[in-house]
Design a protein around this ligand. Sequence first.
Ligand SMILES: CC(=O)c1nc(NC(=O)[C@H]2CNCCN2)sc1-c1cc(O)cc(O)c1
Length: 130
Amino acid sequence: YAREEHTLRELRIFLREVCAKLARNRLFFMFTKPVDVEEAPDYYDIIEKPMDLESMMTRIDQHHYVCAKDFLDDIDLICRNALEYNPDRDQADKLIRHRACFLRDTAYALIKAEMDTDFEDRCQAISADR
Ligand SMILES: CC(=O)c1nc(NC(=O)[C@H]2CNCCN2)sc1-c1cc(O)cc(O)c1
């Protein structure tokens, strides 16, 4: 059990670094905090499950993520929300959709590049056990 806790501690340290790196990229500024109703007045009428990088950092500290897949599921949620809220063909919507896809692809690439597959396998085994 102590070994599992050590593995999950290592996962949290790794995910904080990934989350911080994404939040530092100014291209992703619109995804770093909960959507501001000043910017998008009807946002919370349309989007059921809001998500953002700051909330994800809190979820790391709350031990919400037991494997990298759980973390990437929330990244996918940020992306899906942006695609749903910005469906139109106008420039503003297109830019946000592009940035959302870029955030998603960057997160997946960062984790694939920096995480051992056997480490993620161990985390997913713990996740399955819980
Ligand atoms: C993150 C997101 O999904 C988002 N979408 C927007 N869409 C629009 O403004 C589109 C909607 N269709 C009509 C033309 N305007 S603004 C916006 C946003 C940007 C920020 O700098 C901060 C913030 O909290 C939210």
